[in-house]
Design a protein around this ligand. Structure first.
Ligand SMILES: Cc1ncc(COP(=O)(O)O)c(C=O)c1O
Length: 390
């Protein structure tokens, strides 16, 4: 972001706000495609940031949808059902009924996370005579997915209304170990080969590799290295079917900035404190705890590097936990200055304790390649949600 455009935005919009940049997003998707094996499809896990779903629908093959709310967002945005992967550990009967009743349900894919879900989907498909495409989620040893014998049981009972396309697998986010990925790929090759030998060809594997993002100044900056090595490993995957990667963080994080303003400053017992109008309710970085780590931040307007002082940057919540950064060296910090936090495009804005203290949720701005900025959400007062219905 050039200083000029930031100053223009600061004149037009109240802080705090998020700014998502579509050009950066596009470049990221292009980069992922360059590094990953040819023909690898991408599925955007929209939980990472629902506000990017429309833009990403035009850049990736699929959208992973995990709740009735996410599904309603995609419907409201009129995104193509052929991109929908209906996922999630809780698929309630009412949601499945609403979904399968639609004729375009046949264009979607549903994942199966348990035998209960399998029976629900089979029953609902039968009720409306709709043919459903399914991916069976293999568990990685958590509450998610099916055990291998359950997958075998499902595959051994072909049903005219259920088309089993293949396997889905996700074992965690922010994974920096290439060795672990290699182990998981070997396990998946073995599982897929055994299943195909018994039940015939499977068309696809949808894999969430949990590619990491280097959020902090002291990070080993492993993200690009992991990506390149993962690309090589995936290129050697011994599976003839289609490969789709389900990604959230690695696609979306880099396009986001969170902009918050210094509203007060003080020295308490020898420590410099700056209070900003945002806080931890808007800004969650994976791996951050009590501001022990320093994300990438810049000060606006920039000041000469002369004699920086260390500042503890604290948010607007009345809790001692609301510290965004400790001992951040800044030159001549003043009330009215603005701090820009980088890499806030994924999860930051949905994982915070947004209802605490009834403060407003920030405005959300989207910058298009033309430079035009659109507001995707105005500041939203959470007091509405915290006011009892008397
Ligand atoms: C099933 C599934 N796929 C993909 C993702 C996206 O993970 P990430 O943001 O690490 O890419 C998640 C995240 O929780 C998930 O649960």
């Amino acid at each position: 972001m050039s200083d000029t455009s930031l100053s223009a935005l600061l004149e037009h919009f109240p802080t705090p706000f998020y700014l998502f940049d579509t050009e950066t997003l596009r470049r990221r998707v292009d980069h992922l495609r360059d590094v990953l094996p040819q023909d690898t499809a991408l599925c955007y896990a929209m939980k990472a940031n629902p506000f990017l779903t429309r833009e990403l629908s035009g850049m990736v093959e699929r959208l992973e949808i995990c709740s009735p709310g996410e599904y309603a967002i995609c419907r409201q945005l009129e995104l193509p059902p052929s991109q929908f992967v209906i996922s999630g550990v809780y698929k309630d009967p009412q949601w499945m009924d609403d979904l399968v009743r639609q004729p375009d349900a046949e264009q979607m894919i549903c994942t199966v996370e348990s035998m209960t879900q399998f029976h629900l989907l089979r029953e609902t498909a039968g009720r409306y005579g709709r043919k459903l495409s399914l991916l069976l989620r293999l568990t990685s040893g958590s509450q998610f997915g099916l055990e291998r014998p359950e997958i075998e049981k499902i595959l051994s009972q072909p049903h005219p209304l259920l088309h089993i396309r293949g396997i889905q697998y996700f074992s965690g986010t922010q994974k920096t170990s290439v060795k672990r990925l290699a182990r998981e790929l070997r396990m998946l090759e073995e599982v897929l080969a055994a299943l195909q030998e018994k039940f015939g060809p499977l068309e696809e594997l949808e894999l969430g590799p949990g590619f990491p993002v280097s959020y902090f100044a002291d990070d080993a900056k492993e993200d690009e290295g992991v990506l390149v090595q993962a690309g090589e490993l995936l290129g050697q995957l011994n599976f003839a079917g289609k490969l789709t990667l389900e990604l959230g963080r690695s696609i979306a994080a880099g396009c986001g900035q969170y902009v918050t303003r210094v509203v007060d400053r003080k020295i308490n017992q020898g420590q410099n404190y700056a209070i900003v109008d945002g806080g931890i309710h808007h800004l969650v970085y994976f791996g951050q705890s009590m501001a022990m780590r320093r994300p990438h931040i810049s000060l606006y307007p920039p000041r000469p590097e002369a004699e920086p002082q260390n500042w503890n940057i604290c948010g607007a919540l009345c809790t001692v936990n609301d510290i965004l950064v400790k001992q951040l060296p800044l030159s001549n910090l003043e009330i009215g200055d603005v701090l820009v936090f980088e890499n806030t495009g994924a999860y930051c804005m949905t994982e915070g304790i947004g209802l605490f203290l009834s403060r407003s949720l920030p405005q959300i701005l989207l910058r298009r390649p033309s430079g035009q900025v659109t507001s995707l959400r105005d500041p939203f007062p959470t007091r509405i949600l915290n006011t009892p219905n008397y």
